[in-house]
Structure formats: C-alpha cells, structure tokens
Design a protein around this ligand. Structure first.
Ligand code: GLA
Length: 714
C-alpha cells in the first residue's frame, strides 16, 4: 500500500517555488507490503532518495525514519551531502554517475535542477513528477509494487520542450544498502548462458554496457546484491532485472563517501535525439530468505502475470533442428514425427530450412515463402500428418534478419540495418525494424503462412548481434509481435536467439517460452537452467533431450541423465529419434510419462535452489505452491572429493509436518552402490525439520547422473 506522509502541508505553488531561505521541507513516501518496505524522502522539493529499503518497517514513523537516516558531515566534504536520489543530479554536486546525461543540440551538457511538480497515488503505485521549468524538462518517476509477487516495477520518463540528445537515462536509482558487500552479476556466451560471477564491492563503478542491440548471451540484465554469507536459502538479497530486449547498461557504484547504488537503463548510444525518452521497467525486490526469496517472486511474476494467455497444459515438444538441419524431406519428417509422437511428443516444431532456397545458412532469410522443391504441395501434407498423430504444428521464423542472397535484399537493399559493407554474423544481416514498411512486409508474410496453415506455435529466432545499437530496433520487433498476437491470438511464441540471447521480461511479456540455450549437453544444461531459475520459472524454460553425442560439445551422456535434465523444465526432444536404441526409447517414454503425470503441478511450482553441501552436486527442489508435495533433482556434476554422498538438505518445508520421501529412479543405482541406504529399497517418512536440518542420505552414484526425490506431505 502507498502511504504518503507530508511533514508539512504544501500548497501546490509553494511546491514549485521551493522553500524560503533557511527553511527545510521534507516529504516522505512509503511503498510496501508484508515482505518489504521502500521509504523515500525529499528535501526542499528536490528529487527524493531512498532512505530505507528492507524488511517491512511496520509501526515506525516514516518521517522519523527519514530524519534518522541522515548522515553526518566531516572534513573534506561538502557542507550538505548530495542526495542519492532516484535520479542523482550534478546540480546537487552529486559526484558519481548521474541518473541523466543529456545535451542540447549545440552539444552543451544540460544539468537540470528538478523541483517537485505533482504526484499521483493509487493503492500500489506512486507517480512523482518533477520539473525544471528553465530548461523545459519534466522527469516522471513511476513506482509500483506488484500486489501478489512483491516486485517493485520502476520506470523513468523524461520529456523536453526542445529536441535534446540523451546519452543516459536511468530507471529510478536504488541504493545497495550498506550491509551488502557483494554483487552477483551475469555474463555468458553461446551455449553457456546465465554465468554468474560474485564480486566484492570496491570504490568506483562496475559498468556493464551491452551494445549488442539485443539482450545477448553475455549480458543477462540481472544483478543480485547481497552480504558475503547470503546463499540460496539464507541471508538478505536485493535482486534486480531490467526488462528490455535492446541492450542495457548497468552501473553499480561505490561512491568515494562509501554509499553504493545501482542503475539500469538502455545501453549507451541507443537513445536518439528527441523530446521524450523512457526507460524500460526495472524490477527490484528485497528478500530476507536468500536468493530463493527473490527468485520465487520473479518466477511467479513471469508465470502468473507477465506471460499472457499461455495454454495451461504445457505440451511436450519435438523440434527437428538437430535431426535434419536444413535437409527437409516431407516423408522423412513425417516418419520422424510419428516416432516423436510415440515417445510422447505433443507439439512438432519445423525448424529452419522450409522457406526460400534455404539449404544452408548463407541464403534466403527474408523470403518467407514455402520452398516448393522441399514441399511441393505446401506444408499441408506434413501438418495433416502431424495433426493426425495428435500433435500441434509449430514453425521457425527469423523475421528480423536478411541474407544478401535473397529476393528481399535484391528488391530492398535499403532495408538493411547499418552499412552495406558491414561484417556479417552467421552470414546474415539485420533489417531496420524501426521502418513501417519493413514491419508491414514481415507482418504480411508471416500472417500469410499462419492464415493458410494450421499452425499453433512460432519459434522466433534472432541469430546475430546488431551492427547498430538502437532502441528503435527492439521497439520495432515488440510492435510486430504485438500486432501478430492481436490477430493470431491462439498462436504461442518461443523467444530464441542462438539459444538464450533474448531472454528478458520485455520479450516475455509477448512470448510464452524461451529457448534457454543451444546446448543440449545435459551437464551444461544443468548449470544453465539452475542459474536461470534465479529469474525464470520452469513453465517458460524450454529444455530438450538432445542427440546421444551432443552436437555442441561432442560429449556422450546416458539417456537417463539427458531425460531427467529436460524433465526439470518445459520438456522436449531434439534428437533424431531414429538413432535411439530400444532401451533409450523405453527410458525416454518412462520419464516423459512421469513428466506428463507431474507437469500440472510442477509447471506451477517454485524452483528452490538448494545449498548443496557437496560442490560436486547441483540440486534444486520444485515445491508445489500449496506446499503439499515436492520433487528434488540432485545432479552429480563430477565425482565428489569425499567418498560418502553428503546428505542433501531440503528447504521451504513445513517443519512439523511428516513427508513421505521416495526415489523416483531408485533402479538407476549403479552396481558399485553396494550398501543399503534406506531410500534404495523403500520410502521413508520423516519430518520437514529433519529433511531441512539433516537432509536426505542418497545412494552413491556415478558422475553425470541424477537422483530424483519425490516427497508428499502426509
Ligand atoms: C539458432 C537456434 C537453433 C536453430 C537454428 C536454426 O541457432 O538457436 O535452435 O533454430 O538457429 O538456424
């Protein structure tokens, strides 16, 4: 609830003119719920700063909190401490990264001094409008606390009377409270998305400027600020995500005076000159329950509020990419579809290669017309076959891209984004998505395919970084997807970009699934999906059983490890099913059946990352929202240093309840597991307290294997 507090009655005109000399005006605001509080205070009508962010402040007086938060001043300092406001200003002698960096068209730096204009409050939202009348600028700060998921949604908007150019506009700036001393940031690469790195704070700024024009493998726009001792299950954490697909910049700065703050906005150089500028939404939340406290809020928000109109039961996917690549033959695809259906697939996705003359990746992007050489009677015979097996049909597009060897490029070379002689990426170039004619062309061609074929799903790809980083590109693709979704309301969309290079809450507002990574290597996938769970629920996270010998790592893993790894998320298959042995078919069918039996609750469950006592084990627990059941997956990522498996401690259970715990795959114990831990032969009934304090004793096993532990409250 938003509780405004005014330490002095203000008349609107006084609010504009500021205080009389020597007079101090303080305004305060509180935005909070039963999980967190954010307290803002402003002095003398200037921009407000966060004076408290943490557990709910309950009965405390907000004004008293604001007053108590004031720092001392000593030698070598300005006489007044520059506020660390929601948009720190140079005009207040703030000496760190300012919230706005702008120039007029003569190139002169603009240093606004914003004064309060007005505010709008509703139950969970607060809009604060500030102006600098002399410069003709207005700054709007939008704050919202989401009612069920307790995420702050923060946006900044700048309006100018004259055209100006903006180098940097931060979403409302939040402090990293003083008791936090570390940050976890994200990097990565193709086939290794969501790499985390834990760094100590140090004086100066840590800047991540993603100028690729897309979210990118290497720059997931997230951050967790925490104390050294914080873990998945314990300690305090402040988590952030910038929901934007066009490239972001993050600045985490420790000022010379010791204060720390976090800024997110669009990447450098992506905002053009103009009169209005707006950031994307910065999501932020405080957790008193380790990283999981924040992760669960992000997961639930994506699942229940952000992703629109997902058909409830998530179908098992089959994707033909790693089976046939560009080599599309109708009869072969039909027989693959039949085998996939027999394994349990419910959606067949025809990947790259069906259009233009797309026999390899040098040609035809942009020519979204069915290739008559490969599909002489169109897609209908294949679709009819797929549907007769009871599967839905999905299809691959990469709308924003163009090859120079294409009819589209020959007709419209000027539609290319950037210089004609630029270096290509995967032999391809990007279209200028800010152009209406480009978007109309793409809309017409995609719509024609969707109108004339029974298609329920699009895999929407984006396989290169952009030559020019420009917000108009992401806005253009959002507009195109939104237009298609308004007409083809039943079509679900998967966001793919060479795997997981476009995963963010901006694209997830318009899509129902992400292709997390091009790596179907189960071991790599364990790591990637575990770290992605800091933000993503299982229901949107695609995970496929790949070929026996992984195409991106060359490794061979047992089908059990591959199948259970895919079963931890939205499951699918991507190998050529003709390569499977009889035993592999049996295992895959069994795990798929298990997934189908459990998906209804599992796709609605919270993924809780476990603090494994053994660094060789990556483990997570999917806890049903009603707390009645769970499944924990414990992957042995390498051989352990010690010989005895360390008990796996669970989390989030009802301490006083009794749970019946069983191993779903107890027959997978290898012959070298010679002892008799109880779970090898039967279920155990123990309290939640025991499971969380002592943990579960699991049988010994080989590396690259997984235990699947099911629990029910009795
Ligand atoms: C990208 C995707 C793959 C596949 C290919 C097709 O690499 O990530 O899944 O769709 O493109 O060209």
């Amino acid at each position: 609830m938003t509780l405004p507090h005014f330490s002095q009655a203000m008349s609107p005109d006084r609010a504009h003119t500021g205080p009389e000399p020597g007079e101090m005006r303080v305004r305060t605001w509180h935005l909070g719920d039963d999980r967190q509080s954010l307290v803002l205070a402003s002095r003398n009508n200037r921009l407000p700063e966060v004076v408290y962010w943490g557990p709910p402040v309950g009965g405390s007086s907000i004004d008293e909190i604001a007053a108590a938060a004031r720092y001392d001043v000593t030698g070598g300092m300005q006489d007044e401490i520059a506020p660390l406001s929601l948009s720190p200003e140079a005009s207040m002698t703030f000496q760190g990264q300012t919230g706005l960096t702008a120039r007029n068209l003569d190139g002169e730096v603009i240093a606004p001094a914003f004064l309060f204009s007005h505010e709008e409050k509703q139950q969970n939202t607060l809009k604060l409008v500030y102006q600098d009348n002399g410069l003709g600028l207005s700054l709007t700060l939008d704050l919202e606390l989401t009612p069920h998921t307790s995420l702050f949604k923060l946006r900044t908007r700048l309006d100018s009377r004259e055209d100006i150019s903006v180098d940097w506009l931060a979403a409302p700036v939040l402090p990293a409270p003083d008791h936090t001393d570390e940050m976890i940031e994200f990097s990565g690469r193709w086939c290794s998305e969501f790499l985390t790195r834990r760094l100590p704070f140090a004086p100066g700024a840590r800047v991540r400027d993603n100028r690729t024009g897309r979210t990118d493998h290497a720059h997931f726009p997230g951050l967790i600020v925490c104390s050294k001792s914080a873990s998945n299950t314990t300690g305090e954490a402040y988590a952030f995500h910038y929901g934007w697909s066009g490239g972001h910049k993050m600045v985490v700065e420790e000022l010379a005076d010791g204060r720390r703050h976090v800024q997110f906005g669009h990447a450098s150089g992506t905002m053009e000159k103009g009169k209005s500028f707006e950031t994307a939404t910065l999501y932020a939340t405080y957790s008193a329950r380790g990283f999981n406290g924040a992760a669960v809020r992000f997961q639930r928000h994506v699942r229940d509020h952000l992703v629109a109109e997902t058909r409830q039961t998530r179908p098992v996917h089959y994707n033909c990419w790693e089976a046939v690549y560009f080599d599309h033959d109708v009869d072969e695809l039909k027989s693959i579809a039949s085998l996939a259906a027999d394994l349990g697939a419910e959606r067949f996705v025809l990947d790259d290669g069906w259009f233009g003359h797309r026999d390899d990746d040098t040609t035809s992007l942009g020519d979204w017309v069915i290739d008559p050489r490969k599909f002489p009677d169109g897609l209908t015979p294949l679709i009819d076959h797929v549907k007769s097996l009871g599967l839905e049909f999905g299809i691959w597009f990469e709308p924003e891209m163009i090859n120079k060897d294409s009819d589209l490029f020959r007709a419209h070379p000027d539609w290319l984004l950037g210089a004609l002689d630029q270096t290509p990426g995967r032999q391809q170039f990007a279209l200028d998505m800010s152009r209406n004619d480009v978007r109309d062309y793409l809309y017409d061609h995609i719509a024609a395919i969707l109108e004339t074929n029974d298609i329920g799903y699009i895999k929407w790809d984006h396989n290169r970084v952009l030559p020019v980083a420009d917000a108009g590109q992401a806005e253009g693709v959002y507009a195109l997807i939104d237009r298609l979704r308004r007409v083809f309301t039943a079509v679900e969309i998967e966001s793919c970009a060479s795997g997981g290079a476009r995963i963010d809450f901006g694209i997830l507002e318009r899509t129902q699934r992400v292709w997390l990574s091009d790596s179907n290597d189960a071991l790599e996938r364990q790591r990637i999906q575990h770290d992605a769970a800091l933000f993503l629920p299982a229901s949107v996270t695609g995970s496929h059983v790949g070929p026996r010998k992984c195409h991106t790592s060359g490794r061979i893993f047992d089908i059990r490890f591959r199948a259970w790894t895919a079963a931890q998320r939205h499951m699918g298959f991507e190998m050529d099913p003709r390569e499977l042995t009889g035993e592999e078919v049996d295992v895959l069918k069994e795990v798929t059946r298990w997934w189908k039996d459990n998906r209804d609750w599992m796709m609605q469950a919270d993924i809780l990352r476990l603090d494994s006592a053994d660094p060789a084990v990556t483990a997570e627990q999917h806890l049903a929202e009603d707390g009645e059941r769970f499944v924990a997956f414990a992957a042995q990522m390498r051989t352990s240093d010690q010989i005895l498996p360390r008990p796996l401690r669970l989390t989030g259970l009802d301490a006083s309840a009794t749970y019946r715990v069983s191993l779903a795959n107890r027959n997978d114990a290898p012959r070298l597991s010679r002892g008799e831990p109880l779970l090898k032969s039967r279920d155990i009934d123990v309290s939640g307290q025991y499971l969380m304090s002592h943990g579960v004793v699991l049988p010994w096993r080989f590396p690259d294997t997984i235990w699947v532990l099911e629990g029910h409250k009795l």
